[in-house]
Design a protein around this ligand. Structure first.
Ligand code: AHR
Length: 503
């Protein structure tokens, strides 16, 4: 089987916003406690943060981290996480049927962000609370001083404001599971008024309004239209979420699901254009895809805890999906889709970062290691910055229940003009056959292969564990060759590849 890919220097989709490679940490399970924070751990720094985790996060060059939720934020009192630690209350978390000691709050999280070199993206509670708490939180976080809330921040040891630019107006407010769930009109009005108040404080904030929790919600896509009609002039992004699963064990169908993702983005992009036209607006709203990942491996084991059968434990194992090799391919496909739609998806956050449906796992008092999906996220984040190229791809296709005419070869390409590289991220979804693929580079002065990394595995269900952390890992490819401006690579069945070319 053969496929061709043509990249032209001038045929571009968009400059990629580096926040396309963002992530997310929620007060959920062991994401915070025994994830990023474990004061008794051998590697803990002076703030009680695990240095082994900090080092792994740094590898990923995560540009932005959404915090503190997620469903958690919809009943969160941000004031519980400030002030002397011994005075902070333990609260029941209604979203995940656990308790939270509040030993980590905005100060500790911000210090951790500084340690890993990332920016905060904060969510306000529009579930159990509203406009007033949101404006107070904003004043606490961003006002230099001389007011009630900013002076409280200073008294709590932080003289300089945190200066957070990105703010989420609640979380998944379309979901009946959400504490304080609202109709689209109720939420749209509240989000509008909250955004207006936040803008009255600082007009340069970037505000994100909630779109649908997934494309199967009964209110989708009417929700987007209604919410944007209320908020279009006050916000900058609409948030989307999507999780992928292969409960049926159907690999071909599982690996076709990014077609659904593509349709979801296209539909919401259309709704944005519709509301923009209706409002005769010149302003452009973009998508913040601030929760995405594979999530299904842990669902069965979490049922009892979520039903309340274990009381209100602090930081139990929850949503601890152990990812396999098949998920490497899925995460590669999702990231390819975001790169190809970087014209409209400006921000995206893998959900989440540590322990909870995460690329990084830890054992309490023990090791930290890379899950299988760490690698496609790493490659995209590190080498996927620059301009997304509009590739002409010619590949044989297959039909799956979820989509027809799915190309076996799924590819994205990024031109880094400063670094003088073109990077291709390619997935071969064919279950049994290699595909000889030619990547032609047009409009570039020269072409020379810089690097070729391959991920394949004999066992789709292979995982990484503390004992065997490198079972699924990339290796240097040897099969790429170049002739003139054409790179030829044989892509093995069910493989993920990164081909980097100096141009
Ligand atoms: O990321 C896990 C959960 O998934 C989040 O809390 C929620 O927003 C979504 O339903």
């Amino acid at each position: 089987m053969k496929a061709t890919v043509i990249a032209h220097r001038d045929y571009v989709i968009s400059q990629i916003d580096e926040r396309l490679y963002g992530s997310f940490i929620e007060h959920l399970g062991r994401a915070v406690y025994t994830g990023i924070y474990e004061p008794d751990h051998d590697t803990a720094d002076e703030n009680g943060m695990r240095k082994d985790v900090i080092d792994l996060v740094k590898e990923l060059k995560v540009p932005v981290v959404r915090y503190p939720g997620g469903n958690f934020v919809s009943a969160y009192n941000w004031e519980d996480g400030i002030g002397p630690k011994e005075d902070r209350p333990t609260r029941l978390d209604l979203a995940w049927h656990t308790s939270d000691s509040n030993q980590v709050g905005i100060h500790e999280f911000s210090d951790w962000c500084d340690s890993v070199g990332t920016e905060m993206m904060l969510a306000v509670n529009l579930g159990s609370r509203g406009l007033d708490e949101a404006r107070n939180f904003l004043e606490y976080v961003n006002h230099p001083g001389g007011s009630k809330w900013s002076d409280m921040r200073i008294a709590n040891g932080r003289a300089e404001p945190f200066n957070t630019k990105l703010w989420c107006l609640g979380n998944e407010m379309d979901g009946p599971w959400q504490i304080g769930h609202k109709t689209a009109d109720e939420y749209g009005r509240l989000a509008h008024e909250t955004a207006k108040a936040m803008r009255a404080f600082d007009n340069s904030l970037e505000l994100i309004v909630c779109g649908s929790s997934n494309a199967h919600m009964p209110t989708y896509p009417e929700w987007e239209a209604t919410v944007l009609e209320h908020t279009y002039n006050e916000v900058d992004y609409i948030s989307l979420h999507m999780y992928f699963e292969n409960r049926a064990g159907d690999t071909a169908n599982y690996l076709a699901q990014n077609v659904e993702l593509d349709n979801y983005i296209a539909t919401v992009s259309g709704v944005i254009d519709y509301v923009k036209a209706k409002k005769r607006s010149k302003k452009q709203i973009y998508i913040s895809f601030d929760e995405w990942n594979v999530w299904y491996h842990s669902k069965e084991q979490d049922k009892a805890l979520l039903a309340g059968n274990h009381g209100w434990p602090h930081a139990p194992a929850l949503l601890e999906d152990i990812y396999n090799f098949e998920d490497v391919l899925q995460v590669g496909l999702i990231l390819n889709t975001f790169i190809r739609r970087s014209d409209v998806v400006r921000i995206a956050c893998i959900a989440q970062l540590v322990n909870v449906i995460a690329p990084i796992m830890t054992a309490p008092n023990g090791a930290a290691w890379r899950q299988t999906i760490f690698y496609p996220y790493y490659f995209a984040s590190v080498f996927g910055r620059g301009t997304a190229l509009n590739l002409a791809v010619n590949s044989p296709t297959y039909d799956a229940p979820v989509a027809e005419k799915v190309p076996f070869i799924d590819v994205s390409g990024v031109h880094d003009a400063e670094g003088k590289t073109v990077t291709f991220f390619a997935v071969n979804r064919h279950l049994t056959d290699s595909i000889e693929t030619e990547f032609s580079l047009a409009g570039f002065e020269k072409a020379e292969i810089l690097d070729h990394q391959v991920m394949t595995h004999a066992d789709l269900r292979a995982v990484n564990t503390a004992e065997n952390p490198d079972n699924v890992a990339p290796r240097k490819g040897s099969g790429a060759s170049i002739k003139g401006d054409v790179v030829s690579v044989t892509l093995p069945p069910l493989s993920y590849q990164v081909i980097r070319v100096k141009v």
